[in-house]
Design a protein around this ligand. Structure first.
Ligand code: PLP
Length: 300
């Protein structure tokens, strides 16, 4: 998709006053600026899957996601750009009207198949696809897998690693975090903020994507900032996102990056980070998901 704006990516230093007092600097890698709909980290996670599908001569890529999935719409866009067909296997029965996310995916040429929650959980292929399944390249939900992590590792090419002691990101499947661990230096720590409640497999799933050497690097997942679970939120989170926008002019999404920014802010306040820390937060996009909120809740 020629409308992707990689040149727009910037690293914005935002360090609020209370950080400077502690000699802590905070910057944001703005992957959200690539495109309003196709969020940054998804693009990176997809690129080696797409290359693999093309190398194998597959004509169609299929993947899984919910009605507001950033991964679904990014897959539709990436396939559209590479002239490869796309199929979205969507969790739950078809609603009377499609979400803006699914409408966008459809407009990018994606064919949608709706499956019951139980079929979805088992990752069953819809009957309508079973005959052609061998010609389809399947990508896991959320782009989880080694190729996804290797793609995410290339995010590190967008910032000067030496400048940061800590790299912080939101964690869903852990694929992006695994990529950031792969590309981290030995003196850095990668901190993931889980957006899921009590997902204790997340750590193992992230580690599964690492080589033995990479497993020795410094990283951990914090589970304290899920705000009730995946795609759940509180007024406190929404208020924080609005305040964060007022002071930094950086929009965030309530599923991932809002929780990340809240968490890092809170961890700085509570002196988790030592003086001298230089923190990079990854703005992994996802802003399109805010359309599922009531209008007016967010000021941006
Ligand atoms: C998918 C997504 C994540 C999580 O990425 P994982 O690799 O699944 O952990 C983070 N932020 C945004 C905006 C996303 O869309």
């Amino acid at each position: 998709m020629s409308s992707l704006q990689f040149d727009n990516i910037s690293v914005d230093e935002i360090s609020p006053g209370f950080c400077r007092e502690k000699d802590i600097a905070v910057s944001v890698l703005r992957l959200d600026k690539i495109h309003p709909v196709i969020s940054g980290n998804k693009w990176f996670k997809l690129k080696y899957y797409i290359a693999d599908a093309l190398a194998l001569g597959k004509k169609t890529i299929a993947t899984f996601g919910g009605a507001w999935s950033n991964h679904i719409v990014a897959t539709a866009a990436a396939c559209n750009e590479n002239n490869i067909g796309s199929i979205g296997i969507i969790r739950g029965e078809e609603a009377a009207s499609l979400s803006p996310t699914l409408l966008t995916a459809q407009s990018l040429g994606m064919k949608l198949y709706f499956t019951s929650r139980s079929d979805y959980q088992k990752k069953n292929i819809p009957d309508a696809l079973s005959d052609s399944a061998k010609n389809i390249y399947f990508i896991n939900e959320g782009g989880y897998g080694i190729k996804g992590a290797e793609g995410a590792a290339t995010i590190a090419g967008l910032f000067s690693a030496k400048q940061y002691t800590h790299i912080c990101c939101a964690v869903g499947t852990g694929t992006m975090m695994a990529g950031l661990i792969k590309s981290s230096t030995l003196s850095q720590e990668v901190i993931g903020i889980s957006v899921l409640k009590n997902n204790h497999e997340q750590q193992a799933e992230t580690i599964n994507l690492l080589t033995n050497d990479e497993k020795l690097k410094k990283f951990f997942i914090n589970h304290e900032y899920h705000f009730g679970g995946y795609a759940k939120y509180t007024q406190d989170l929404i208020d924080f996102m609005n305040d964060f926008y007022k002071t930094t002019v950086i929009p965030s999404d309530f599923v991932y990056t809002g929780k990340l920014f809240y968490a890092v802010n809170d961890l700085i306040r509570t002196n988790f980070f030592p003086s001298g820390s230089r923190i990079l937060m990854i703005h992994s996009g996802g802003l399109q998901g805010n359309q599922s909120l009531k209008p007016g809740m967010l000021i941006f």
